[in-house]
Design a protein around this ligand. Structure first.
Ligand code: FDA
Length: 317
């Protein structure tokens, strides 16, 4: 267990290593090898691949969130390009006629360069998504960015009812933030939190974290806002079920593409509202490391996927 915890910590540190990320992305040998393993969690490199996967999932009874993956864009041109890709994503999704939520990191579309740029891009995406009945969900990032993210969300939700926010149960501050978020509008996604944070800022994975997650879920669901229970934790699913929340029309269970599809499939078969979070693009390094660190046996799976690539159609949903 100690070795697993150390491996998880090491993977989270690797995830933040920009030099290693660039090295892998530029390596003609390493990139395709690791991309095979990442493919289990990422629908593909292109928008078309993601839309095709989303259409397949829709046909199987799931709703989807779509993200063009990326974060921490440090130049204006990169932010404009990401914004343009998200606009195209909204158009392509609309043409495909499927019900989508668009998810994004504000640091992908401008927040690292200038908060005003991120707001401008978010507002344009919210407007465009709104025309097609879609929502835009803002992801949660490291706690150092939380104030800025919440400020942009608060501003956006004054003008756009289709902008939602993600809250991390692991952060101590979330118990205060939740009240502020409930004073705004739009959907709310509740996650445990993927980032490595110090104990003065966050709880580690534990029963205490699960108890806090449930307390926050109680508060959010009672408010009547649209709530996404975004976790793969069966203990939490069970607790949510026992509270009768799966019968509430404002509650859905949302899980990441490629993680425990069997679990989501079971919930779908029982008739519950289920959503799959589908990502695409080339910037999967950090995301992939997080998925390995959360469940270190995935390292073995990654080795298998590199050596014996699976049929990409075999998604298990
Ligand atoms: P936890 O990590 O405690 O895992 C519980 C159980 O779930 C494990 O024992 C295992 O069985 C299974 N499991 C979990 N991860 C697995 C994996 N990688 N492979 C296989 N099994 C696994 N985070 C963030 O910081 N900002 C964000 O914006 C988002 N957005 C987001 C959207 C959606 C839809 C989801 C589902 C998750 C996020 N996350 C996120 C990630 C989230 O914070 C968290 O890191 C992961 O969901 C893993 O935590 P769990 O809640 O699954 O519990």
């Amino acid at each position: 267990m100690e070795l697993q915890a150390s491996a998880a910590q090491a993977l989270k540190s690797i995830a933040r290593n920009e030099q290693m990320k660039s090295y892998i992305q530029e390596s003609k040998d390493l990139y395709p090898l690791l991309a095979r393993a990442a493919r289990r969690y990422v629908a593909g490199e292109t928008r078309d691949e993601a839309i095709a996967e989303a259409m397949e999932l829709t046909a199987r009874g799931y709703v989807t969130s779509l993200e063009y993956i990326g974060e921490n864009t440090r130049d204006q041109a990169g932010c404009e390009a990401a914004h343009h890709e998200f606009l195209q994503l909204i158009h392509t999704a609309n043409q495909a006629g499927i019900q989508h939520t668009i998810s994004l990191d504000l640091s992908h579309i401008g927040m690292v360069v200038d908060a005003e740029l991120a707001y401008k891009h978010l507002a344009a995406l919210a407007r465009e998504a709104g025309l097609h009945g879609m929502k835009v969900m803002i992801s949660a990032e490291e706690s150092a960015k939380t104030d800025q993210i919440l400020a942009i969300y608060r501003r956006a939700c004054e003008d756009y009812a289709n902008v939602g926010i993600t809250l991390q149960a692991q952060l101590h501050r979330t118990e205060r933030d939740v009240e502020e978020v409930l004073a705004c509008r739009g959907p709310i996604r509740l996650v445990k939190g993927a980032y490595q944070e110090s104990p003065d800022l966050a709880l580690p994975r534990s029963e205490a974290l699960n108890a806090r997650y449930l307390g926050l879920a109680d508060r959010l669901i009672a408010s009547g806002r649209s709530v996404s229970i975004a976790t793969h934790d069966e203990v939490l699913h069970q607790a949510i079920r026992q509270r009768g929340y799966l019968q509430h029309s404002n509650v859905e269970i949302e899980m990441l593409y490629g993680i425990r599809p069997d679990l989501l499939k079971r919930l779908r078969d029982e008739g519950h509202r289920v959503k799959v979070y589908v990502l695409y693009g080339r910037e999967w390094f950090l995301y992939f490391c997080h998925r390995l660190s959360e469940y270190p046996p995935n390292l073995y799976q990654a080795i298998v996927d590199v050596v014996m690539p699976r049929d990409s159609k075999e998604i298990g949903y």
